[in-house]
Every structure is written in C-alpha cells, then in structure tokens.
Design a protein around this ligand. Sequence first.
Ligand SMILES: [Zn+2]
Length: 274
Amino acid sequence: MISGFVKAINKRHERAISGGYNNYAEMVWKDCIHRDVNSVFSFLNSALQASHEETVSDNREFELIDVLDTLFETIHKTFGIIIKENENDYSVLNGDGESLGTFSLCLYNNYDDGNWFNMDGPNNGIVNTNFVEDDTLSSTQVILLWHEVGHAIHHLLADLSTVPPDLWELGSILFEELCSEVFDIPISTNCIKKDLAIALVDLELSLSNGIDEKQFINIVEHVQNSIGVNLDIDDIGKCIYGQYGGVCFTYPYCRDLVEQDRQKAIGMMQPTNK
Ligand SMILES: [Zn+2]
C-alpha cells in the first residue's frame, strides 16, 4: 500500500516539474485563493492551537424524517430555496420557483459503502451514504448527511468549476455547523483534529521533491504524533488520489471561514453564473 502511495506521489511530482512548476502543490494551487505555503502553514498551526477543547460524545438517535424535514427547512431559511420531494429524487427550486436541478439520496449505500456526493450530469447530484436501513440515525450520521447535502446545494447554487479548490468544502462545512446548531450536536474535536492532520500530511507530500517509503512514514508519524490522532488508509488516500491531493486544507480553511463570518460564507455560496 505504502509503495503505491509513494509511487503516485513521485509520479505527480514529475508531472508538476515537467509542467514548469516547482512541486505538486504549486501546480494544484494555481486556481486556489491560497498560493503561499507559509500562510497556509501558519493558518493550519493557528487552527491547531484552537482545536484542543474536548467534546463530549452524543449518544442520541434521530428520526430520518425529522432530520430531512429540518434540513430542508434550514435550506429554505438560509438560501430562500425550496426542496421539493419527487418520487425518486428532490428538486431544488429558487425563490421564483425555477429549477436549479435535482439531487437523489442513496442513504443505504446503493452505489458503494462510502459517504460522498457526486454530480451525475450538469444539474443532477447523488448523495451516497452507508447507513443501515432503519429509521434512526446517530448524531455522527446526521452531521454526515447534512455535510453531503451541503455539497449538493453548493453545486446546484454555484458552478463549482468556477469555485477555487480551497472553497470546495464550504457548503458541506457550513451545513455541518448549521446542523450542529439546530440539533445541538457538538462537532467532534477528533474530527477537527483529523482534518488538520490530513491537511498537514497532504501539504508535506505535495511540497516534497520526490520521496521514499521511509520519508513517507516519517511525515505521517510526525503529524499524527504532534496532533494526537491516528489517520487511516482512506484519510491518507485522500491526500494522494482523487481531486483533493494538495487542497485538503480546504476542510480547516472552510471551517474557519464559516466560524468567522457565517453570513459571508453563505454569500460565497450564492449563484455566480446561474
Ligand atoms: Zn465533503
């Protein structure tokens, strides 16, 4: 597994060099708001300082129907848009009743056992979650569901191909924070620390000038020890495969934006060219 990671990291570094960049981070940051390594590191370090308060676990169970009703009501209050339930999906309508698109909810891992959002055509999204088919959700699952629907709304409001990669998690993190507020579910400190650890590992890997297995293990272990969390293979894969390599700092950055100025974050999700 590690040898595959190392190979992929070295390959993308070579690709960056042959494209005229100094490293992979420089290549993926060309569309970002952030292009300065020091400012990203200092932002992540200050977020780390603020992340030490422990949260208590929340063992409540929530009815799916209540969670969805509250979610759609919150979307209406926040953005003035309406979610209409159809037989197989949900339509998203703007204040004038015009369709912005649809999304479907595949809550019981119809596609695979992951939790994700993806577009399936220009105006249709799919939310996939790996819930077990019964009527109640844990607090973690409630946050997760709002997170993925937040992606769907962000996509349908704005054309995400025009959104800088550092803002890719803006909709999802905003919805986590809204969810935390309406249901009084604390956002777990462990999750926040994990996002920071992923961002730091991602940054080190994206800035490296080629790497071997020993260096790779050192980077991961150093970050884990300094933050006090364990990363699993999927977390590390996020730094290397898929679109997020080099821009995993979008998670802590968007959380900071939402916490600093909620209204501004909402404004940043509004339609750009629709
Ligand atoms: Zn997300």
